[in-house]
Design a binder for this molecule. Sequence first.
Ligand SMILES: [Zn+2]
Length: 222
Amino acid sequence: MIGQFRTIFTTILVFFLLAGCAPTIVDSNLQPQQAIYENQPPDVMSDIQKELVTVTVQYYGFDGVRHQGQVVIHKGLEQDIKKIFNVILEKRFPVESVIPIAHPTIQKKGPYGLSSDTNNTSAYVWRPIVKSHKLSLHALGLAIDINPRLNPYIKGNLVLPPNASYNPLKSGTLVSNSPVVQEFKRLGWEWGGDWKQGTMDYMHFQKIDKKTEAWIQTYRND
Ligand SMILES: [Zn+2]
């Protein structure tokens, strides 16, 4: 009898292992209403929030386990984000976490989740450009930052997140021939790792196309 149970148990176990049914860790599972509208600074613009969508994505963490997260992005970039995360998943490019700024986990780190000391991947954040009053493309949902601690923003002595460093050999780091960077570029995104003039923003990707160009000008005076 015990032998039979053991055989059945082993069969079930082998089935699940072969079928790749390892559990997915849910990092974020907010309602779109929560992800877009909750825990936002008072000066946030509802006209912009109306253009945002929440995209559920999957990825492998640095623990080698599959995770589920969410990206809040401009609705015009929803399909791009799905395609990029397909590459991230297929190539097993490790991502620490993908959690919207509105999530309580991120809010705990600073007011409105604006702490730069993070390794979380996120897109929409209501904030200006670093050391500027101009609205960031993140505030319009047109940019995403990936694994910030491995892919820092570097301008002279300023490094964000604090104490981060860029080592192209480390897993989770973005380099120009990385399939993830290639997929972004194929879809028409610009990479901050290609920027010159003393500013490098390795975590950062942005996309401005004909459809969003005029819309952006209504919010940014440049
Ligand atoms: Zn960025």
